[in-house]
Design a protein around this ligand. Structure first.
Ligand SMILES: *[C@@H]1O[C@H](CO)[C@@H](O)[C@H](O)[C@H]1NC(C)=O
Length: 129
């Protein structure tokens, strides 16, 4: 009986420790929609709110693994991941999902990019001519 009690105590201590230390990543949510003009520059920052290090960041673009393009550069640290986007075009309009992983779990947050061109202005100037 004594031994059984000790066993139960050890189990519950272990459980409490795992609650304290099982520190899965939590991310600061990204803005739901970002609307930008064609050719503009934007730095999309995905910030870690909490979580045990090391943290590994990844991105998906429209559900596909994304590691950057000629105009989108990625930079990762243990605390954040940056997508530096320059000369934005319609091809950059997409849903971007930031994923953070560590030994205890995975978290993600996403944002929708809408890149607007000059279509409306063109229509207006055509009407004026
Ligand atoms: C973006 O750049 C292209 C090429 O330089 C230009 O034709 C277009 O009008 C620009 N768009 C905007 C919104 O400034």
């Amino acid at each position: 009986m004594h031994l059984f009690n000790l066993f139960v105590q050890i189990l519950s201590v272990n459980h409490a420790l795992s609650i304290v230390f099982a520190d899965e990543p939590k991310l600061v949510p990204l803005q739901k929609i970002v609307e930008l003009l064609e050719n503009s520059t934007y730095v999309l920052t995905c910030n870690l709110f909490s979580g045990a290090k090391p943290i590994f960041f990844e991105w998906n673009k429209n559900g596909q693994k994304f590691s950057g393009t000629t105009n989108v550069r990625m930079e990762n640290t243990n605390h954040y991941s940056l997508l530096t986007m320059t000369s934005l075009t319609a091809a950059d309009s997409a849903t971007y999902e930031c994923i953070a992983k560590n030994a205890y779990g995975t978290a993600s947050t996403s944002t929708q990019f809408v890149i607007k061109g000059l279509t409306e202005k063109k229509i207006i100037s055509m009407k004026l001519c």
